[in-house]
Design a protein around this ligand. Structure first.
Ligand SMILES: Cc1cc2nc3c(=O)[nH]c(=O)nc-3n(C[C@H](O)[C@H](O)[C@H](O)COP(=O)(O)O)c2cc1C
Length: 185
């Protein structure tokens, strides 16, 4: 099988859920954000990235999201677990929002998110795609928190990325599912 640095980065990236208690460098953050903005989009680049490095704000988001998640049965165990932090105590979280009326905004935001995860891996950072925070969209306080986070009017969050230095051995990817490809030549 052909391989190169990019293909190795794709294969080596794993979700990291244990981070060092140390902030990442600004140049690392900028590299990750820049990669996000270079993702393909349905021609609109209608995304917005909120970088959150403020510990109080991260704690508030964790608390609020868990409070709301208590209403959703599949999330209840995690939401009621006091030790669970939805961002795994990452020092940096990037909230990926998109303009709701853009033609393919969920795909655009997913592409930007994946670009950031791969960029993080390529420079030795740990990252995890965090969808849990999206439960906040169902909150009566949704407008208030979007404002607090500086999300532009008409935009809403579609993903978030927890980012930091890895604090654990990275496990090997589980075997890939077979029979997910067919060829028509
Ligand atoms: C849309 C989406 C939402 C996710 N949300 C979470 C999340 O809230 N918390 C979490 O720990 N992992 C989350 N993940 C990460 C997945 O659990 C992870 O990618 C999957 O288990 C495969 O592991 P890998 O990333 O190491 O390949 C999410 C992934 C995707 C694509």
């Amino acid at each position: 099988m052909l391989t190169n640095e990019t293909l190795s980065t794709i294969k080596n990236r794993r979700s990291i859920r244990n981070f060092k208690n140390k902030q990442i460098k600004d140049e690392e953050l900028q590299a990750v954000l820049n990669a996000g903005t270079y993702a393909p989009s349905a021609n609109e680049q209608a995304w917005h990235f909120t970088v959150i490095q403020n510990k109080e704000l991260l704690a508030w988001l964790n608390f609020e999201a868990k409070e709301i998640a208590k209403q959703y049965e599949p999330l209840q165990d995690l939401a009621n677990n006091e030790r669970f932090n939805i961002f795994y105590n990452a020092p940096t979280v990037i909230l990926v929002s998109g303009e709701e009326k853009a033609i393919a905004i969920e795909s655009d935001c997913a592409a930007a998110t994946q670009n950031m995860l791969l960029a993080a891996e390529s420079i030795g950072l740990g990252s995890c795609w965090i969808g849990f925070v999206l439960v906040m969209s169902g909150s009566p306080k949704a407008k208030e928190y979007l404002k607090k986070l500086g999300v532009p009017d008409g935009y809403k969050p579609y993903a978030s990325v927890a980012l930091g230095y890895k604090n654990a051995e990275v496990s090997i990817a589980p075997p890939r599912k077979l029979n997910v490809i067919n060829y028509i030549k």
